[in-house]
Ligand binder design. Structure first.
Ligand code: ZN
Length: 399
């Protein structure tokens, strides 16, 4: 096919020269990602961070494609069949994402990875496109995403400590939120990437680039992803869905009022068709409806979400006190006193699971060493185990 390009503010162009990739982009399941924001609740803090999962997925594909072309060890050792599978896996790695990112996951019994695999395996338009190449294709793409493919390097490209996924989301999320923490030197990472002992590694001379990457990731987590106000929004969202579930248990008739959640309320697994309908726009519409609910709790939580009346937060040692006040005021603390705990370790190397849990440096003597042994900066960061526990509550409670 004639080479196509898609404009992108992070990579300049996304290059597509395989018909398969173009056909996958044009499936309804991939197009759904246009209606799922990458950062869920983050725009309540960083209003410009409204980019979609579709943009990010195209970006991960582009970085993976560049790795396969620009990293000599990958270009020369992988065959065309493997390269095509890696590119498809990069493009599809997030197709099972829910609206509102991980806060929605908290109310589902299955993770977005589970749905990603189900959509790839079908029935789905994606499965039909993959089957046209050959019948084993879908299983191989799923194996790359699940880290069960016999050639482990294929999975490392998409998901490891320094992979196409993380590189794209750090660059993209920092660009779109307007923060400067996530800027990593992608060109240099690609230039100095090597394969040694079937492990993706960076040349020793890239040590400062890698240190910068670790710091970028660490800062993005605390400054953007774990921002207390977006966690506050997530707490309200979780309370809203908990209330909806409770109401359904009292009277299943509530599913008639919110038919978009019927399948979710009635069973554990959604079919691919039901999953397809779940997106940001569906959720926004449901909040609009809930605004007029006769249930005061559901109504209050929906108004809070839509009008950004966030919960306040305080140190978790005040939890009991808040619960007591809540009960005294006739409110149910299950919806109005929400504890949230976040933890981020800047870098935690190889713990005996697999190679992709560490960052490896290709030393000038030909050997391979784990990052924290080579970098004193990263070595000293390993003692940091930052935790943050807060309780979120409506400000009226403390009045
Ligand atoms: Zn991703």
């Amino acid at each position: 096919m004639e080479k196509r390009v898609i404009r992108d503010p992070i990579h300049g162009y996304i290059h597509i020269s395989e018909q398969l990739i173009w056909d996958l982009i044009n499936t309804r399941e991939f197009q759904r990602l246009r209606r799922i924001r990458q950062l869920g609740s983050t725009p309540v803090v960083f209003p410009s961070g409204t980019h979609t999962r579709m943009l990010h997925s195209l970006g991960v594909y582009e970085i993976a494609r560049r790795m396969l072309e620009e990293v000599d060890d990958l270009r020369e050792t992988l065959n065309e069949r493997e390269k095509l599978r890696v590119q498809a896996a990069a493009l599809l790695h997030d197709v099972g994402h829910f609206p509102f990112s991980h806060s929605f996951e908290a109310i589902m019994s299955c993770s977005h990875e589970d749905y990603t695999i189900r959509i790839i395996k079908g029935p789905s338009e994606i499965r039909n496109v993959l089957d046209e190449v050959d019948k084993a294709f879908a299983d191989e793409v799923a194996a790359i995403i699940r880290h069960t493919h016999p050639n482990t390097i294929l999975s490392q490209i998409i998901s490891s400590q320094l992979d196409a996924d993380r590189l794209d989301y750090l660059l993209r999320d920092s660009y779109f939120t307007g923060t400067a923490y996530g800027r990593v030197d992608l060109d240099r990472i690609l230039r100095t990437m090597r394969v040694r002992n079937n492990v993706l590694a960076l040349k020793q001379s890239s040590i400062y680039t890698v240190e910068n990457y670790i710091m970028a990731r660490y800062h993005m987590y605390w400054q953007v992803y774990f921002h207390p106000n977006s966690r506050s929004f997530d707490s309200i969202l979780k309370s809203l869905f908990l209330r909806l579930k409770d109401l359904y248990e009292m009277d299943p008739g509530i599913a008639d009022e919110y038919p978009m959640y019927r399948a979710l309320l009635e069973k554990q697994w959604l079919s691919n068709d039901e999953f397809f309908l779940l997106d940001d726009e569906t959720c926004s519409y449901s909040f609009n409806l809930m605004r007029n609910s006769s249930d005061k709790v559901l109504q209050d939580l929906a108004v809070r979400i839509m009008d950004r009346h966030l919960f306040e937060y305080t140190n978790s040692e005040h939890e009991n006190e808040l619960i007591e006040t809540c009960l005294r005021k006739g409110l149910d603390p299950r919806y109005y006193v929400i504890k949230d705990h976040q933890r981020q370790i800047p870098y935690l190397p190889y713990q005996g699971y697999n190679e992709s849990d560490s960052i490896w440096m290709a030393m000038s003597d030909g050997g391979l060493r784990e990052l924290s042994e080579v970098s004193t900066v990263v070595g000293s960061l390993m003692d940091i185990n930052e935790q943050d526990e807060r309780v979120f509550y409506p400000e009226e409670l403390m009045k």
